[in-house]
Design a binder for this molecule. Structure first.
Ligand code: PLP
Length: 457
């Protein structure tokens, strides 16, 4: 976990159209709030740059002491249409005024509107349905359950294995962590469930063999028959950086799943709703997932998630037996409808693509000045991962990643704490509504910061 210093220090004041830094950082008056949290909640909840969010608007974040940051976090790739969008606030006010705040799975009208909208975004609206839930992890749990149920009912108990990928992150609940590929996150489980196995992810740097052959060879080495596999689960891009599947690999995986009646599950919780310059990231591969787990950017605000999936799989459970108390909660649904409306009306998917065409080459240019520190820069649309390495040891360098992240924060450019299996990845993910001048301003802060941090390295 990243440890930010809580000692307020004098930093250079900043005043631009989008950024204002006019206090010590962290703000001395904010320390009491951090202290209360330290005393009243688990330390696991801390670990972000020490700012107290007071208000956030489009692509900037404000504290109440007059500081303002350009946001390169979107919270955590959540605020796709931007923070505090007036259309979403209006929809929420209207929902409150209507007088309906919860329904369990009794029906309310907007639920039908949202499931229909999401169905229309699916690979084939006539053959897909949508199930609404609350969190990304919950959507993943449901995908695992559906894949295993499909296999059990159609083929019997031997077809039970969920294949996923090393270094994958699918959430923090039990099933999501069993399917996750970060051993450190799941050793608490104390259960070596052989029905969950992971395959090396073809990222091209940790794993040089990016051919689908490695997938088959790995199954073979683990003595797993395709006939025993219920589902294959992958993030559309691995979010510990921004590592995409090779297109041919995704095609081969799809054919493999089809040939063996295996449910192909794409985790779009982070990648969906325009982040990569397509509505869903799997569209870059030209494939059709059987199940799609969605979350985060579906509402850009309130907690709502969804599984969009093949009708024959989604229909496996009878009425009343696949539900959750907060499924389709009215405020969350209202937020999601307004959010998807903005995404489409403002063509923010297109904006992500256009801005990505600026961001990525600029990151490559900046990082290219220090190739042994930044040998791996990945991204598409408005997500990028810059991995930091120690040029002397060639090992991931979380310390320098954190220094870059902290120095950007002190200059009014906000990112969440570095990610990746070793905390070495500086992740960049602005809201999709970011303008070109704000993006370029962020890029120049990043460039200046990298130069300063590496000079004193
Ligand atoms: C790819 C991916 N899947 C699943 C999740 C879990 O979502 P949630 O935190 O809403 O449960 C996340 C969250 O970061 C994610 O990035």
């Amino acid at each position: 976990m990243a440890e930010y210093s809580m000692q307020p220090i004098e930093v250079k004041h900043v005043s631009t159209q989008y950024r204002t830094i006019k206090t010590k950082i962290p703000v001395p008056e904010s320390l009491a709030i951090f202290q209360t949290l330290k005393e009243s909640e688990p330390r696991s909840m801390l670990g972000m740059p020490p700012v107290i969010w007071d208000r956030a608007e489009n692509f900037t974040v404000f504290d109440k002491w007059g500081n303002r940051w350009i946001d390169w976090s979107s919270c955590v790739l959540l605020a796709n249409t931007g923070h505090g969008r007036s259309e979403i606030k209006k929809a929420l006010h209207a929902q409150i005024d209507q007088g309906l705040l919860a329904t369990y799975v009794f029906v309310h009208e907007k639920r039908a509107r949202l499931t229909k909208t999401l169905q229309a975004l699916s690979p084939d609206p006539s053959g897909y349905e949508t199930f609404l839930l609350s969190t990304g992890s919950e959507a993943i749990e449901n995908c695992i359950k559906l894949a295993k149920t499909y296999a059990l009912k159609k083929f019997g108990p031997h077809k039970k294995i969920i294949v996923s990928f090393e270094n994958a992150f699918h959430g923090r609940t039990l099933g999501a962590q069993l399917a996750g590929g970060l051993p450190g996150l799941k050793n608490w489980i104390g259960l070596d469930d052989s029905a969950f196995i992971q395959i090396p992810f073809p990222d091209g740097y940790r794993v040089e063999d990016t051919s689908f052959n490695l997938f088959l060879k790995t199954l073979d080495s683990k003595n797993i028959q395709p006939t025993d596999i219920a589902g294959v689960l992958t993030e559309s891009y691995q979010g510990g950086g921004a590592d995409f599947l090779p297109v041919e690999y995704a095609h081969a995986l799809e054919a493999f799943c089809r040939d063996h009646d295996i449910v192909g599950i794409y985790d779009e919780v982070q990648a969906g709703f325009g982040r990569t310059g397509k509505m869903f990231c799997y569209e870059h591969y030209g494939i059709k997932p059987d199940l799609i787990a969605c979350g985060k950017g579906i509402s850009s605000s309130l907690p709502i998630s969804a599984v969009i999936g093949r009708t024959d799989i989604m229909e496996l459970y009878p009425p009343g037996s696949m539900t959750s108390t907060h499924s389709a909660s009215p405020l969350c649904v209202a937020a999601a409808i307004a959010n998807l409306d903005i995404l489409q009306k403002e063509d923010l998917v297109g904006n992500a693509l256009r801005m990505g065409d600026i961001l990525f080459p600029e990151l490559v240019r900046i990082c290219g000045k220090y190739p042994s520190v930044f040998p791996v820069v990945k991204g598409k649309g408005l997500v990028a991962g810059v991995r930091v390495f120690d040029p002397d040891t060639g090992r991931p360098d979380s310390h320098t990643a954190l220094r870059i992240n902290t120095a950007c924060f002190q200059k009014g450019l906000l990112m969440f704490a570095p990610v990746g299996s070793n905390g070495e990845c500086v992740k960049i993910a602005p809201p999709l509504c970011i303008t070109e001048d704000a993006l370029r301003e962020g890029i120049s802060v990043f460039e200046e910061t990298v130069a300063e941090v590496l000079k004193s390295h």
